[in-house]
Design a protein around this ligand. Structure first.
Ligand SMILES: [Zn+2]
Length: 184
């Protein structure tokens, strides 16, 4: 009995390990992370997430503002899935397939971060209400920290962020300005 528990616990531990490293220094201990770590991550139904965020974004691509007419919105993870593999509602924005695939696993440039902050300032609460209604995991304070952390790292290491098409640029000096009032 004891041995079984031991094996189970050990395998669980090993499952945690790759993710735990990603979380180190970010938002470890927040509700969303704990749930995901303890019970495993299931990506939220992209159709439901897509429908909600598209409505809040007035049917346009978050990045190029072109209408999503005639094409299903792709759910873009604002902080890429490769950096934060939890489908937190507030980290999802609607995008055209072209923008979504070009951004790929990059962080978004400062201009997009400004827009994300402004969008959340207006919509974080009603978005949370909709996410809750459809059982989509969300925790806005965690989302803010999850955005802040890789941006901090990228800025400090002079890394590049995605602007549009194939254009990349460093985060601007004042990248964190719109984020700070939301974090505090
Ligand atoms: Zn676009």
């Amino acid at each position: 009995m004891l041995a079984k528990t031991g094996i189970f616990a050990a395998s669980r531990y090993w499952n945690f390990l790759p993710n735990a490293r990603l979380y180190a220094g970010t938002a470890r201990g927040y509700r969303a992370d704990l749930n995901e770590l303890l019970f495993g991550s299931e990506r939220a139904n992209p159709k439901e997430v897509g429908a909600i965020i598209t409505e809040f974004q007035s049917g346009t691509c978050f990045y190029c503002h072109r209408p999503l007419k005639g094409e299903a919105a792709h759910v873009d993870h604002f902080v890429p899935w490769s950096r934060y593999p939890v489908a937190l509602g507030h980290n999802c924005v609607p995008g055209r397939a072209a923008c979504n695939s070009k951004k790929s696993d990059r962080l978004a440039a400062s201009v997009h971060l400004d827009a994300w902050c402004e969008y959340q300032q207006r919509n974080a609460k009603p978005l949370a209400g909709e996410f809750d209604r459809f059982g989509i995991i969300n925790d806005f304070p965690s989302a803010l920290r999850i955005v802040n952390w890789p941006c901090n790292q990228t800025f400090a290491s002079h890394g590049l962020a995605w602007l549009r098409n194939q254009e990349l640029q460093p985060l601007t000096e004042g990248w964190s300005k719109p984020l700070m009032p939301l974090l505090n």
